[in-house]
Design a protein around this ligand. Structure first.
Ligand SMILES: *[C@@H]1O[C@H](CO)[C@@H](O)[C@H](O)[C@H]1NC(C)=O
Ligand SMILES: *[C@@H]1O[C@H](CO)[C@@H](O)[C@H](O)[C@H]1NC(C)=O
Length: 392
């Protein structure tokens, strides 16, 4: 067991090979360098002199010892998850751009095993959902139906995780891609997301009263719009306050007239804004994340009076214009309303699905980077990892 753990730690270390081994071998030299060239690691020699390195957006962060667990039964990008006690329910997502899942895989965090699998309703969306749970029922709102950059639908559901029965909820007033979604004060709140064309940020905010998987009202109610719209944000309710964290404006759009709704890239602005709603129903603006961060809708866990967030995507590289993934673990302290960077993941990853159990922080699935020196997205993964968390 010990050997196994040690090996895992070594392997995990190797993922950051160029940053960790180089930095430990040259630590004494590096510390002298740092005095002379504070940003030396942000620049590399290029054809035309010093250019911004691909990894300039990485923040310095402590190493964490990651242990690899059993991979999810399928690789999954843009999946969604909720944790209920020791079970992490992992929903739908893309296997690749041309294939989407329509089932749920369940990971038991006590025995560290993928222990169950069941189907989602045939008409339910396959990615870009809004999801929230009350600890038994899961609410699933709107989202994209089908692969590539297909249409979003308004159909919404609830799942009773005890009986695995599905029910319908009233349709959302308009389709949304990846809206921020949470249960708060007896109502299911849905905010932002992208509008029908997949790109235009929505700022609308709707809610509906729900209980035990049923809507108590026939229609969604309009609420105070969110100051900034867009998809792929973290949305967390804790201490009776609703937080919306990070996100982006704009997203890939279907190519006009493409019969398969082929995704084509459009301008995106990733941001690190944090908004909070309390009983006054007025949005408050809180301190920005340590860097712009998106694709984190299920990449968070609430631990010891703080919100932990793993990975994501940040602003594209200013010179190469490539998408860049995030490899840090962030902590938002709910008492001081401030951020810290508490560690590094085994690699950079977007749409990681996070759980926390018995002192361990877990993540599974998403899309990882091309390697320590290349933060561009590459492989869609089902890998599952955990690390023992020690918060201050
Ligand atoms: C998870 O696995 C543990 C150990 O086998 C078991 O005791 C527990 O009941 C499982 N959790 C659920 C919710 O089934
Ligand atoms: C959370 O707080 C408790 C009590 O102070 C402490 O024992 C525990 O180690 C903390 N958890 C983490 C993950 O740091």
């Amino acid at each position: 067991m010990f050997v196994c753990l040690l090996l895992t730690a070594l392997v995990a270390d190797a993922f950051w090979a160029s940053s960790s081994s180089v930095s430990s071998a040259y630590r004494s030299v590096a510390s002298i360098w740092v005095l002379e060239k504070p940003n030396s690691n942000k620049y590399v020699e290029g054809e035309h002199g010093r250019v911004l390195s691909a990894t300039f957006a990485d923040l310095s962060a402590p190493e964490l010892d990651w242990e690899q667990m059993d991979s999810a039964p399928v690789p999954r990008l843009d999946g969604y998850s909720v944790q209920i006690n020791d079970l992490l329910y992992v929903f739908v997502g893309y296997r690749n751009l041309d294939n989407v899942h329509s089932h749920i895989d369940v990971f038991n965090l006590s025995e560290n095993k993928w222990s169950d699998r069941f189907d989602t309703p045939r008409e339910m969306a396959n990615s870009h959902l809004g999801v929230a749970t009350d600890g038994r029922f899961v609410y699933i709102v709107s989202g994209q139906k089908g692969p590539q950059c297909r249409t979003a639908i308004t159909l919404s559901y609830s799942l009773d995780t005890k009986t695995k029965q599905w029910s319908s909820l009233p349709r959302l007033p308009a389709p949304r891609y990846a809206p921020a979604t949470q249960l708060w004060r007896g109502r299911l709140h849905v905010m932002g997301g992208s509008k029908e064309n997949r790109h235009t940020p929505g700022v609308e905010h709707w809610s509906i009263a729900v209980k035990d998987g049923r809507a108590l009202e026939k229609e969604w109610r309009s609420e105070v719009p969110i100051p900034r719209g867009g998809p792929h944000r973290g949305c967390v309710v804790v201490h009776d306050k609703l937080f919306v964290i990070g996100g982006q404006e704009g997203d890939f759009m279907p190519k006009p007239n493409s019969p398969i709704f082929k995704c084509s890239r459009r301008k995106e602005v990733v941001y690190g804004d944090v908004y909070m709603l309390d009983g006054s129903m007025k949005w408050q603006t809180l301190p920005l994340m340590p860097k712009p961060n998106s694709h984190i809708e299920c990449a968070w866990a609430v631990v010891n009076n703080s919100i932990i967030i793993a990975g994501g995507t940040t602003e594209k590289h200013p010179q190469t214009k490539r998408m860049m993934l995030v490899g840090e673990v962030f902590q938002f302290h709910l008492d001081s309303l401030s951020w810290s960077v508490i560690g590094k993941l085994p690699y950079r990853v977007k749409t990681a699905l996070v759980g926390y159990w018995d002192g361990w922080l877990y993540f599974t699935s998403g899309q990882r980077d091309r390697g320590p020196d290349n933060p561009q997205p590459q492989k869609v993964i089902g890998e599952t990892w955990r690390t023992k968390l020690h918060l201050s």
